[in-house]
Design a protein around this ligand. Structure first.
Ligand SMILES: [Zn+2]
Length: 256
């Protein structure tokens, strides 16, 4: 790209981001009290979680809901997120897609103990529960925990009705992979068999061009594809300030 179009693109992006910033002030934050957080989790994960007074059991294991530590940078919060943090940013379900405001990363704060207790604490534990789901000529490896496999089958069946979408969906960018998030020591949700990436060729990622700063926001995936995923409990990485537009992960606690 030459200098002038790049400036124009940057200006457009800033304009869009500004709209996003203004939009955020009217968005509700997630639930904040411990009891409302537990209630929301149990409704989203009825087969694997249970309220036990003011505690949360995940597959029978007690998981800290609120560690009492607040504040810090987003990176610090990511490193020690509890379940309250996990629900602290409201996810904007539906379309049209609005570029995320600075710092709006609903879903990127994740309680590590919650996911380890839910899906498996090691690669081999997670693998025991994985199955292959057909995906437009290939397959995705996802967990059977919480019925994620059947939810992804339902997503594929709905997406198949619009043949214009196929190019965005296949080849898959990957599903199960026990690994950390690039640039962090945190496990990616790909480690738990709950995340799928669609076609990398149509995707954009905040880190691709610069390892420190968020590059100007960009998305080439139709929002209507994400609406299908969202109906079955998956959130979309294009709705993050740290955008990852090929990425979908099963996070029903963030959806209506
Ligand atoms: Zn991904």
């Amino acid at each position: 790209m030459t200098g002038v179009p790049r400036l124009v693109a940057a200006g457009l992006t800033l304009g869009l981001v500004f709209v996003g910033v203004r939009g955020t002030s009217s968005e509700a934050a997630g639930p904040s009290s411990v009891s409302s957080v537990i209630d929301r989790i149990v409704r989203a994960y009825p087969s694997t979680t249970k309220a036990d007074g003011s505690s949360l059991l995940v597959n029978g294991k007690a998981v800290v809901v609120d560690d009492g530590v607040n504040g810090g940078t987003f990176d610090e919060r990511m490193n020690r997120a509890d379940v309250v943090d996990q629900l602290s940013q409201a996810y904007p379900a539906g379309c049209p897609l609005r570029p995320p405001a600075e710092g709006a990363d609903p879903g990127r704060l994740r309680s590590a103990p919650f996911f380890l207790a839910m899906y498996g604490a090691s690669s081999s534990e997670v693998r025991k529960k994985l199955v292959s789901v057909p995906w437009f000529g290939s397959t995705q490896q996802v967990t059977t925990v919480n019925g994620v496999d059947s939810k992804l089958r339902a997503v594929a069946n709905e997406l198949a009705k619009n043949t214009d979408w196929k190019k965005y969906l296949t080849p898959s960018g990957g599903s199960f992979n026990w690994r950390t998030i690039a640039g962090t020591k945190l496990l990616s949700t790909h480690s738990f068999g709950i995340a799928v990436d669609i076609n990398v060729a149509y995707s954009d990622y905040w880190r691709w061009k610069n390892t420190k700063q968020v590059v100007p926001y960009k998305n080439r995936i139709p929002c209507e594809i994400a609406e299908v995923f969202e109906r079955h409990g998956f959130i979309w990485g294009a709705k993050w300030w740290h955008f990852d537009t090929m990425h979908f992960e099963y996070r029903p606690e963030l959806l209506p």
